[in-house]
Design a protein. Structure first.
Length: 218
């Protein structure tokens, strides 16, 4: 699954940016509060407007303080998947259940420096694991290959039946990195510059999907 990131799109033309990738699987929306990360992007009012402007499922990645308070509202606004950071959440289980009760999938994200092992049990409450392959906060960063063992570990637990979730990667996903992420076990790929920096975003989505599928079948 390919989830183009609106962080790389023109914020003045978000509806057009969504239309440009109508064949994508999810539309990735980075919500940043200038506290948890040093950048400020968009929030709940824009997500509500996007929900009315596109049929694509919205994949909302909350890089914010106090996600326990704010995350259910994104689900109520119509997001398909709402991801919170383990480094910011106070009660991951309770918040995951609140997101699900509000009608969305619940995702848990880990920064590059955060180990996965302490949270494997908590992940039973989630539908998505988002492994950051860059430091969260800004687009256009280089892919950090050193985090791929976390993707492999999560895939091993899914294959063993211990977990049932999507494994998503976000940061530096491009034609030269997506195959390594797919081989490691990811099945959802967030791509910003590689999509919206292309002359034809829709074609870029299809090309990335084909690359990932090819790598998965090896």
């Amino acid at each position: 699954m390919i989830a183009p990131s609106l962080l790389a799109a023109d914020f003045a033309r978000l509806a057009e940016a969504a239309d440009a990738v109508a064949g994508a699987d999810w539309l990735h929306v980075d919500v940043m509060d200038a506290h948890f990360v040093p950048n400020l992007t968009i929030g709940l009012p824009v997500v509500k407007s996007l929900r009315a402007a596109t049929e694509l499922p919205l994949d909302c990645h909350l890089m914010i303080d106090d996600p326990d308070r704010w995350a259910p509202g994104y689900a109520e606004a119509g997001a398909a998947n709402v991801t919170i950071h383990i480094e910011a959440v106070a009660d991951a289980v309770q918040t995951a259940r609140a997101i699900r009760s509000a009608g969305a999938l619940a995702g848990l994200s880990v920064k590059p420096g955060t180990p996965l092992e302490p949270y494997l049990e908590v992940l039973r409450e989630f539908d998505t694991l988002l492994v950051m392959t860059v430091e969260p906060g800004f687009g256009g960063q280089d892919f950090i290959a050193d985090v791929l063992p976390k993707v492999k570990l999560a895939r091993e637990h899914v294959r063993a039946g211990h977990l049932r979730l999507y494994i998503e990667v976000d940061g530096g996903i491009a034609p030269d990195t997506i195959e390594a992420a797919a081989e490691a076990g990811a099945d959802v790929f967030v791509a910003g510059s590689a999509v919206y920096g292309a002359a034809d975003p829709a074609r870029a989505v299809e090309a990335l999907r084909a690359q990932a599928r090819g790598a998965m079948s090896v």
